[in-house]
Design a protein around this ligand. Structure first.
Ligand SMILES: [Cu+2]
Length: 153
C-alpha cells in the first residue's frame, strides 16, 4: 500500500474518532429500549431519552434500522379517549433540553419487520441529526410491562 493511501486512511480513521466524540458530547442518549413483539406483529416501537447538552437546538431528522423496511418518527395523541399515532417529520431537541421518547408519546416507529424480535435480542438503530451527525444505538428488546414496573415505583 502506498504511503499516500495509508495517510488518507489514517486521516479518515482519526476523523471518525473525532466525529463520534463530538456527537457524544452534544447528545446524550440513554434509557433506550425496543418493545418486544408478539410473533404475529410486524411493527413495534423504540424508546429513549435524548438530551441536548449544547446551546443550540438539534433536530432528529430520520432513523433507520436494518431489521425493519420502514422507520418513522411518531407521536401518540389522545383525542376522545382514543390513542392515535401520527408521523412527525422531525423532532427538535431543544438547547440544554431533553426529549423523552416513551409509550403514549414520541417514539421511533419500526414498521415492516424482517425477522421476529424477542425479549433479550438487541436492535441497532441509527439516528440522523441536522448537525450532520448520526449515532447508532444498540438497544435491548424488552417487554413493556417490565419497563412500566421499573418506572412506577
Ligand atoms: Cu407509532
Amino acid at each position: 500500500m502506498s504511503k499516500f493511501i495509508t495517510n488518507i486512511l489514517t486521516l479518515c480513521f482519526l476523523n471518525s474518532i473525532w466525529l463520534s466524540s463530538a456527537i457524544a458530547a452534544d447528545l446524550n442518549i440513554t434509557e433506550g429500549w425496543v418493545r418486544a413483539m408478539p410473533p404475529n406483529m410486524t411493527r413495534t416501537a423504540a424508546y429513549m431519552h435524548i438530551e441536548n447538552t449544547t446551546e443550540k437546538d438539534i433536530t432528529l431528522l430520520s432513523a433507520k434500522c436494518d431489521n425493519f423496511n420502514k422507520v418513522e418518527i411518531h407521536k401518540t395523541v389522545i383525542a376522545n379517549d382514543f390513542a392515535r399515532m401520527l408521523p412527525v417529520e422531525k423532532l427538535v431537541i431543544p438547547a440544554q433540553g431533553i426529549i423523552e421518547l416513551k409509550p403514549k408519546s414520541f417514539h421511533i416507529m419500526l414498521l415492516e419487520r424482517q425477522a421476529h424480535l424477542k425479549e433479550g435480542d438487541t436492535v441497532d438503530i441509527t439516528l440522523a441529526f441536522d448537525n450532520d451527525t448520526s449515532q447508532t444505538l444498540t438497544l435491548p428488546v424488552k417487554r413493556s410491562d417490565q419497563k412500566m414496573m421499573h418506572h412506577n415505583h
